[in-house]
Design a binder for this molecule. Sequence first.
Ligand code: OAD
Length: 256
Amino acid sequence: MTGPDDEHAEVAAAAAALRDARFVAVLTGAGVSAESGVPTFRDALTGLWATFDPRELATPAAFARNPKRVWDWYAERRAQLARVEPNAAHRALVDIERQVPRFLLATQNVDGLHARAGSRALVELHGNLARVRCSACARKASRWDAPTDAAPPRCAACGAYLRPDVVWFDELLPAGALAAAEDAARSCDLMLVAGTSAEVYPAAGLPAAARAAGALVVEINVHETPLTPHVDVALRGPAGALLPALVRAAWPAAVR
Ligand code: OAD
């Protein structure tokens, strides 16, 4: 059992490591946006994959079978993003970026909230829901016609269906983003892993790579994950409280 004093000690230990770190890498997942009102994927009752089958919505095969259903589902999620704002967790990561000499934030989130909060050194490992590209020629589309009743809008260049510029299951991650995240994992001295179930690879392998290269790994999550036994410090609680608490403890004079 751990009590409030132990939790305080854990935050203090992580904050001391953060203050001393030369290169901080961060891996985030859907839990970091949960307090903004964006649903996670795997939380038992509220996660998207509790209600929807990812094989019907988040694979190239699903898009080939029923492109309109897949388009509509992502269009609805894109519309939801217009109604949410970054939260204290996103903002604390901006504060950390400002305080440390080197920093990289690798996110699995496609909601764009880290960029909206002001994160600069940012790679989006699973793409971005706000972007749309051609499913055949990969050309990015900045505007598109309304879908018909039966089909998604089409690419202005080649006529194939447009699709969200996110990574689906059975697809590769953007090579540059993954390489940057892997480099950071190998070179950082501290990795924060916040709000991810650590179940989807290759992103879920980044903390182990960081630890193998000698970094201290700190997990922030409301629940235990498969990663928890393998981290140096596990902070249990909401990212919107714990990340600001870390910043306050690490740099008391610099709190906004
Ligand atoms: P998951 O839904 O799998 O995991 C969310 C994690 O956040 C869980 O471990 C929760 O316990 C935790 N959590 C929830 N609320 C939290 C809070 N307020 N503070 C801290 N932690 C909280 O989401 P991801 O790990 O991001 O991929 O999922 C990885 C990938 O699987 C996603 O990028 C998506 C999905 O399929 C694609 O769409 C390609």
